[in-house]
Design a protein around this ligand. Structure first.
Ligand code: TEU
Ligand code: CA
Length: 558
């Protein structure tokens, strides 16, 4: 029998530092702000915080373009502030996970400055340079942020690969000197006392030899970068090497962000034998509601039929069991607000559906992640117009897909962005109903969601029926009820389009988890025995077979 590891019973709270809490009123969240809110995280009950990148960066992609991996971005504070944050978190029993962004750096990083300086620079091969082909890009790969995956550099007359923004050149993992430089940098952070890494775009490090063209996506001039690049031939070798050179024998928590990763690869990354990382973020369940036109990728505003979500999550629950470990998430800084996407943000259903989604996820097998604001049911920011967005992914979608390629008109794209855009999750945290929701006294770097007068932490803490206290209870169950970690997952009624019900089956007991996704009352008979104990629900009472709007309940059956 596998022994339960601490991170299999842990709940992780994700902090997007820019938008969490500003301490000096420059409109940008910072480390001192985070320190001042650690008691809040503790009250929620989370075991770990994961910080989005806080390193030095010109912020082309909000810190995912790093110009110095060993320096704190002055906007966020100093290294002393960071050490204080670490100390204060540890004093509260909270672990700290740092983002690790090493598929690419910023074009301002010293490595790239040297690399681009001449064709025979010592660090030339820290990045991926190719000659033009017939005056064009070296291959047909598209960028994740729309447009081509290559940028021409006048200085040496070559292109460099950049799967994301122009300012994010891809690092060349084939080069052992580069890999060693990354491991040295990681070890410096380990020595500082951090507790783990969330590894950005882990599936993209190993590029296929020769960088071959791919099939062009219908309606586009580019090949899908995910299919071309993800899980390349040396990827598991690289991760195992990293494990040996940095992480071995250390009780750290590691999660790989693995876009375009299937079960087979996930089983290797997140294998319980500990050879690579503890767990991965898989992307399938957040890509089911993508546009049927491949060239429009994620940009869409239609809901997916519930059976498709059930089928997908069930596949991951079942295939990983006993072999590897899942991460569980609805939200992060790249995803829209779950209550707007999978539940309902109508005032009469927001709290009910936010709790329902929380219960559905938190009784599954894996390590749950809560993204800041999710625990109070924050919603998508529908008050944003084209001039309000900051996110480069949104801006490039407008530039390439609307203005250059005319794949959709601007109004349709705006509707897609309101549904799926990343800025929905990046609006400042809503602490109070006062000025700028208590985030800053200055001018916030990104507009607030205009519903902060109703939806804020003060209100949530004052209401014993709030989404916040629901999450608190769920975290408690994970800590105290082993079956949440170990039970066998069993889906009920795949074809039911209105209810997502499943069981967790243990040796002596089982849990029955019932979640309605509809705004009406419906009838369902799950043959709940008389002596079943109702562990948690989003309604005060139980009407048995009648499920009220977004009703969610969990029975413990012995
Ligand atoms: O995201 C990686 C990733 O796969 C993105 O394409 C993601 O799918 C997209 O943002 C969703 O629309 C990571 C970070 O989480 C993201 O914030 C960064 O922008 C990206 O890497 C580049 O570093
Ligand atoms: Ca600040």
């Amino acid at each position: 029998e596998n022994q339960i590891k601490w991170w299999q019973k842990a709940v992780i709270y994700q902090i997007y530092p820019r938008s969490f809490q500003d301490s000096n009123n420059d409109g940008i969240g910072d480390l001192k702000g985070i320190i001042s809110r650690l008691d809040y995280v503790k009250k929620l009950g989370a075991d770990v915080i994961w910080l989005n990148p806080i390193y030095k960066s010109p912020n082309m992609d909000n810190g995912y373009d790093i110009s110095d991996y060993e320096a704190i971005n002055p906007e966020f504070g100093t290294m002393d502030d960071f050490d204080t944050l670490l100390k204060e978190a540890h004093a509260r029993g909270i672990k700290v996970v740092m983002d690790l962004v090493v598929n690419h750096s910023s074009d301002q990083h010293q490595w790239f400055v040297e690399s681009r300086s001449s064709k025979d620079a010592y660090k030339r091969d820290f990045y991926i340079w190719r000659d033009p082909v017939d005056g064009h890009e070296p291959n047909n790969w598209g960028s994740y942020f729309s447009g081509p995956a290559w940028k021409f550099d006048e200085a040496t007359g070559q292109y460099y690969l950049k799967l994301f923004a122009d300012g994010q050149p891809d690092l060349n993992w084939e080069n052992p000197k580069l890999r060693q430089a990354i491991y040295d940098m990681m070890n410096a952070w380990v020595d500082r006392g951090i507790d783990g890494f969330r590894m950005d775009t882990i599936s993209l490090y190993s590029k296929r030899p020769g960088l071959p063209d791919g099939p062009v996506m219908e309606g586009s001039q580019y090949a899908d970068p995910g299919e071309r690049v993800a899980n390349g031939p040396r990827i598991h070798e690289f991760i195992q090497e990293m494990r040996q050179k940095v992480l071995n024998n250390k009780d750290m928590i590691t999660v790989g962000e693995a876009s375009a990763t299937d079960i087979e690869n996930a089983k290797k990354y997140a294998n319980l034998d500990g050879s690579e990382v503890n767990m991965v973020f898989q992307f399938e369940h957040v890509e089911l509601d993508s546009n049927p036109e491949p060239a429009l990728t994620k940009w869409y505003d239609q809901r997916l039929p519930l059976p498709r979500l059930k089928e997908n999550l069930t596949k991951w629950q079942t295939a990983m069991a006993g072999v590897a470990w899942n991460s569980l998430y609805w939200e992060n800084h790249d995803q829209p607000r779950s209550v707007s996407r999978f539940g309902s943000d109508k005032p009469e259903f927001r709290v009910k559906s936010a709790k329902m989604l929380a219960t559905l996820l938190h009784f599954m097998q894996g390590t749950p992640y809560i993204y800041q604001g999710q625990e109070i049911g924050m919603t998508n920011a529908k008050n944003f117009g084209w001039d309000d967005f900051d996110d480069i992914e949104i801006k490039n979608a407008r530039k390439y897909l609307v203005d250059r390629d005319h794949l959709v008109d601007a109004d349709t794209m705006l509707s897609y962005v309101h549904y799926k855009g990343r800025d929905n999750a990046r609006t400042p945290m809503q602490w109070t109903n006062g000025k700028n929701a208590g985030f800053t006294e200055g001018t916030p770097w990104l507009k607030l969601n205009d519903n902060f007068e109703e939806i804020n932490v003060d209100a949530a803490l004052a209401d014993e029926d709030s989404v916040f206290y629901h999450y608190q209870k769920l975290i408690n169950f994970r800590h105290n009820l082993d079956i949440v970690t170990t039970g066998r997952y069993e889906l009920l009624d795949l074809d039911d389009e209105e209810v997502y019900a499943y069981k967790r089956v243990g040796e002596k007991e089982e849990l029955l988890v019932i979640n309605s996704f509809v705004e009406e009352s419906i009838e369902r008979d799950y043959q709940v025995p008389e002596n079943a104990e109702r562990l948690i629900s989003n309604y005060k009472d139980d009407e048995g077979k009648t499920l009220r709007p977004f009703e969610s309940k969990v029975y413990r059956i012995k």
